[in-house]
Design a protein around this ligand. Sequence first.
Ligand SMILES: NC(=O)C1=CN([C@@H]2O[C@H](COP(=O)(O)OP(=O)(O)OC[C@H]3O[C@@H](n4cnc5c(N)ncnc54)[C@H](OP(=O)(O)O)[C@@H]3O)[C@@H](O)[C@H]2O)[C@@H](O)CC1
Ligand SMILES: [K+]
Length: 504
Amino acid sequence: MRILSAAQTRQADQATIQEEGISSVALMERAATAFTQWLLARLSPTEAGDTLIFCGPGNNGGDGLVIARQLHLAGFVVQVFGLPADTYSADFETNRQRLPAGLALQTLALDALPPIAPGSLVVDALFGTGLSRPLAGLAAAVVEHLNQARARIVAVDMPSGLFADMPQPADSPIVRARHTVSFELPKLAFLLPQNAQYVGQWHTVPIGLSRQFQAQAEGKLYFVDATLLAGRLPKRAQFGHKGTYGHALLLAGSRGKIGAALLATQACLRSGVGLLTVRTPAVGYDILQTAAPEAMALTDPASDFISELPELSPYSAIGIGPGLDKADETKLVLEQLLRETKVPLVVDADALNMLRANPGLLQLLPPDSILTPHPKEFERLAGPARDDYHRLELLREFCQQHRCYTVLKGAHTCLGTPTGELYFNSTGNPGMATGGSGDVLTGILTALRAQHLPPLDTALLGVYAHGRAGDLAARHTGEAGLIAGDLTRFIGPALQELTTPDAF
Ligand SMILES: NC(=O)C1=CN([C@@H]2O[C@H](COP(=O)(O)OP(=O)(O)OC[C@H]3O[C@@H](n4cnc5c(N)ncnc54)[C@H](OP(=O)(O)O)[C@@H]3O)[C@@H](O)[C@H]2O)[C@@H](O)CC1
Ligand SMILES: [K+]
């Protein structure tokens, strides 16, 4: 799925109108109907109670008028309010005329804002993608009024006052919606933690926006769903053998953190790798051989940390980081690895912190390596970010400069590529914010890379399957009860869902 800017969304609107030979008011009717249907599927008129719809002067307000008409006809107790303006959009005017008798548009005034009873349903149709500046004056007062009411606010397309694709000044008035129902595609703003307080839970409803426009639009932002991944994970070959699926090496663990190595090991084994060798310090030997007999243990001479790089020639991909100690010997092992490896790397956790401690090491990073920092680790590498938008800019620059793929972990994990694309993941849940979750991701990515998947497919599939495994696991454990070891049990089913079936 593409993520379009506000300007592109307007162009997509126009392209759809032209392609289908329909009027813009017909597209508005379609969009608003999709919103109304979404609401009707969740609330009866009785459950909704008092329903107050607030409309701005543009097409977002026009949507609000259509929704008001439709909910009124569906038996909801509706009141509809409009912001006074010098000019209204043409489709707003048309739909004002279409309001049924008995449903008058009431004009909002600063000294007479309508009372909102607690629990009322509020539809926010003040401003959408046409917002051109932060709200002030009466519009700002209305937003404050909505936010102070203890109402259930559902925003049409966008929470009013929020820009779709760029930051706004601190303290800008923005509606705090419980749900945001967006037309066709999510907006970039929805995917950033700083906006969660406004967007609430977001949903998309299809409105038949031109497919051709979506495919051809410029821009490098994607929302990763199963459709985008179709065809990227080949089915296993009928005559395949363990050599077909690569031999991975994991360098992981230190005293007290052999668990991290074990989680990465189990995840790697569950992601289809042919063979796996694990380099841990000597203290990990018994643990590894007992808990993961399918993996080969290649223990280090040092007891508590990794001090020597093994011979690298057997391996088709190497993962390094989970549970490492920051011992100087281990730093030298990382440096030697960066200098000697001829195969792709997956770099995580303390290996990332070591890269930062010695910036010269970053220059040695083999092209197409995959890095998996969380936001703090990323900022240690790329510098501090002013806000979530700036962090994305830094991500893009970092990946281009170092010719690497960077998986910036978070609620919508964002993958940056060396060619400037940003891919936002759609799977996963807050239960995955738990120790060891990242080690599991390293194992999955190392396994997919070892199987010779291209780096982009590895990162997209690995991140998606990791989140999907979390969603499947949480059905059994609940979110709070989810631990990283649960993820490993559901990697197989998650990958199975993504596997390309045989063509008939
Ligand atoms: N694209 C689609 O797929 C479809 C889109 N549809 C809907 O259209 C919406 C976009 O409509 P839109 O372009 O008319 O913009 P909208 O958000 O209503 O605001 C524009 C008005 O607000 C004004 N205004 C702006 N900022 C302001 C401020 N700070 N304070 C005060 N005023 C301000 C601005 O005036 P101006 O900037 O010129 O002063 C103008 O009058 C979209 O979100 C979706 O709901 C569907 O109907 C069909 C399918
Ligand atoms: K809105």
